[in-house]
Design a protein around this ligand. Structure first.
Ligand code: SF4
Length: 769
């Protein structure tokens, strides 16, 4: 690739669901530098420590650069032939349910789309699941139960407009730092804004909170059912909204009345006084956003928690309005894009339902597929069980490291080792998962490939290549397409570029979509390479029905609130067309101008002169129409369940999570010395009284064990930790620390609705080593 020093490429950070815009530049000496994109509407120039260290993590040390079979370098053709023939043979001998893909929220939407299409439409199985199952599957399930669709109603702007932000199970300061910064900045301008943190730990996020509720593990359903009952008792319901736009309120309120305030206090470990203060603050504040993350999702009652939160917003009509709504923030950069293409075992494509025969037939016709998966496939934990008991005989793992990140990780490793045929496509040569692969396929990394990602506010942004592909690495979508062609599906997988994949994905989203489905980016169906190259970040929906097609997915150009025109896809303004009717479906909610600082430039690789393009904030459900058959939101009657997992042998509850400067299993952030300086080794937080009880001093090396395994880590004695609980980060692997694989301790216990593992509630014990 020829280097043009003046050239900055607009791309997107690959670390978390905030989806910050990044400007990347390669100097003449090959040095890469990055800075925040001041015009990206997710971050307006901000980057956190991980994002700003991106350039330190992209060297080629440890990269997988060539295909390998049984550890021997081979030609691409030979590797692809072997993968295709083995999958085809396994399907022929054992049926389509005998093969599986385990993919990743690190994949770009185009990669995800092609993998999902192959498995669901052409193999005829739904055995494709993703590490996003570990991250936000409970939010998906909760949305679908309440709204009839997996729709995040609000936008980041709502966090700045709210008068009350309730953060539940979210250490936003460390895990979504730029959102935290946006809230902190808004709060500085409006000191009257209130923030409540609901978390068993007093995390760094507590520093910004007016109130911290150190809730007992898994006490969230009790907390929010108690809130619903309180709203009913204190005349704080929006009865007109409930009547007009919802069903099931009576049953939900009846279920919520199962506990009185004393019962809620007992189930949450919170005092009645602090509960009363929180409840009255919520009741009195119309503009409330409830933000939730893994502390809610990673639970055996995760889906009920999500619905308990949504119930309170429906009961007060606080949804789809500026500064109000329930808001799930996703962990991974493209968990949302994966949901959009249906890259989960219980979803189809474009937010269609695998259980719905009309949806299956529609997708089959669109793909011209020989078959379509007729039932949900194995979700992540079930998939590795299927591997262990021999049901899965060929597995392809893409861009993830389940040997370290799945619960009961030793059992997962044993299952992978026993599987007759394992393919891993990855950027790294020797992760704990890659070393067990029969076939290793070198994948392109961040900065080397083109595609799109969707962030937590439904904003689709481009990732753009600014580095040459090293060795023989290839983008994942291309690898999957090559295998598909070798399996006999030439025509359906003959993509020449990622823009063709994106255009097809967009077309499917709009295919026979009369507004009855939420996910619609049909406006991008005709996008070409040029339009894709210039594609500006935009929030969906961007439908095409009833209006002229948006030119190549560009956003409408606005001045203040006034719609001016759509810029041409090719010339960025030179051939602007008169403004047509805004292409927003009647079901799509309101489209409002960003009140302040919201202008963004159209994204062009060459940063040429271009028009300023407004970034409309699109909220769903402003009109009270949902995606259920009767268009009404559903209250879900949830009851708190009290589950004791501790025992005399394992008397503590271990909570697992992330730290500020590392990401997943450190395969990338572990390369940066700067990032490793923040916290250099694995640790476990323990309350001072528990430390005294178990004879542990600060900085002691301790053994933390569960019925499944043990780790050796350093003790951090701190009153920030709740008594009776431990906290340890998930990142370290044996590569970075002897006996540091935390997920050897966690159990494969899952939420019955979402299949998401309960990674934050593990019975454990601790002893000095
Ligand atoms: Fe990247 Fe997330 Fe940090 Fe933004 S907040 S720079 S997306 S890691």
């Amino acid at each position: 690739m020829e280097i043009d020093e003046a050239r900055e490429v607009r791309t997107t950070c690959p670390y978390c669901g905030v989806g910050c815009g990044v400007l990347a530049k390669v100097a003449a000496d090959g040095q890469v530098s990055v800075r925040g994109d001041p015009d990206h509407p997710a971050n307006f120039g901000r980057l956190c420590s991980k994002g700003s260290a991106l350039a330190e993590t992209i060297d080629l040390d440890g990269r997988l650069l060539y295909p390998e079979i049984h550890g021997r370098r081979t030609a691409w053709g030979e590797a692809l032939d072997l993968v295709a023939s083995t999958f085809s043979q396994t399907i022929a001998e054992h049926g389509p349910e005998a093969v599986a893909f385990y993919v990743s929220g690190q994949l770009l939407t185009e990669d995800y789309y092609v993998a999902n299409k192959l498995m669901k439409g052409f193999v005829g199985s739904a055995n494709i699941d993703t590490n996003s199952r570990l991250c936000m599957a409970s939010s998906v399930a909760g949305h679908r139960r309440a709204f009839g669709s997996d729709t995040v109603p609000g936008t980041y702007e709502d966090l700045e407009l709210a008068d009350l932000i309730v953060l539940v199970g979210s250490n936003l300061a460390w895990c979504h730092p730029v959102l935290y910064q946006r809230i902190a900045a808004a709060r500085e301008k409006r000191p009257e804004m209130k923030i409540v943190l609901v978390d068993p730990r007093r995390t760094m996020t507590a520093d910004i909170a007016d109130m911290h509720l150190p809730i007992a593990p898994d006490g969230d359903v009790a907390l929010f059912t108690g809130l619903l009952a309180y709203l009913g008792q204190h005349n704080a319901l929006d009865r007109a909204y409930i009547t007009a736009h919802t069903t099931g309120f009576g049953q939900a309120l009846f279920a919520a009345s199962a506990l009185d305030l004393a019962g809620v206090a007992a189930a949450t470990g919170l005092g009645e006084d602090e509960l009363g203060r929180f409840y009255s603050l919520f009741a009195a504040t119309a503009k409330t956003v409830t933000v939730y993350s893994q502390g809610v999702n990673q639970s055996s009652s995760g889906t009920d928690k999500v619905n308990a939160i949504i119930n309170c917003h429906l009961a007060t009509g606080r949804i789809g309005r500026p500064g109000a709504g329930p808001f799930s923030v996703t962990g991974q950069p493209n968990a949302m894009g994966g949901r959009e293409v249906g890259g989960m075992a219980n979803m189809l494509a474009a937010h269609m339902e695998i259980e719905n025969p009309d949806h299956r037939e529609r997708v089959r016709r669109f793909w011209n597929a020989p078959d379509i998966a007729a039932k949900p496939g194995l979700k992540a934990v079930e998939m590795f069980r299927g591997l262990a008991d021999g049901r899965i005989k060929a597995l392809w793992i893409m861009a993830t490291n389940p040997v370290d990140s799945m619960p009961d990780a030793d059992a997962v490793e044993a299952a992978i080792k026993a599987c007759p045929f394992v393919v891993v496509s990855d950027v790294l040569a020797r992760t704990d998962t890659v070393r067990h692969a029969h076939v290793r396929l070198p994948a392109a990394a961040w900065g080397e490939k083109d595609g799109t990602v969707t962030n937590s506010e439904r904003r689709i942004s481009r990732q753009r290549a600014f580095l040459d592909l090293p060795g023989e690495a290839r983008p994942d979508w291309q690898i999957v397409a090559e295998v598909s062609k070798r399996m006999g599906f030439d025509e359906a997988f003959s993509y020449a570029s990622p823009s063709e994949v994106f255009a097809e994905h967009a077309a499917l989203s709009g295919f026979e979509n009369d507004g009855a489905r939420d996910f619609d980016i049909g406006a991008c169906a005709g996008i070409d390479d040029d339009g894709y190259g210039e594609l500006a970040p935009f929030q969906w929906p961007a439908p095409s029905q009833g209006t002229p097609l948006w030119p190549a997915g560009h956003l409408p150009r606005k001045e203040g609130d006034q719609l001016l025109s759509w810029p041409s896809p090719i010339t960025s303004g030179a051939r602007d067309t008169p403004a047509p009717k805004p292409p927003i479906s009647p079901l799509a909610g309101e489209m409002a101008g960003r009140p302040e600082g919201g202008a963004q430039a159209g994204c062009q690789p060459d940063m040429g002169i271009q028009p300023r393009i407004a970034s409309p904030s699109i909220r769903f459900f402003a009109d009270g129409n949902f995606y259920t058959p009767d268009r009404k939101a559903r209250f879900i009657a949830v009851r708190p369940t009290v589950e004791t997992r501790t025992s005399p042998d394992y008397p503590l509850i271990l909570n697992t999570g992330r730290i500020r400067d590392h990401w997943h299993t450190m395969t990338r952030t572990g390369k940066s010395q700067r990032l490793s300086q923040h916290i250099a080794e694995p640790f476990v937080e323990i309350h001072p009284e528990d430390a005294q009880r178990f004879g542990i001093g600060d900085a002691d090396i301790v053994r933390v064990s569960s019925p499944r395994g043990e780790v050796l880590v350093r003790a951090l004695v701190t009153a920030r930790q709740r008594q009776g609980s431990l906290f340890a980060p998930m990142h370290w692997t044996d590569q970075f620390s002897a006996k540091g694989r935390l997920d050897t301790l966690t159990a494969p216990l899952t939420d019955p609705v979402s299949g998401q593992p309960a990674l934050k509630h593990v019975a454990a014990r601790i002893e000095k080593f």
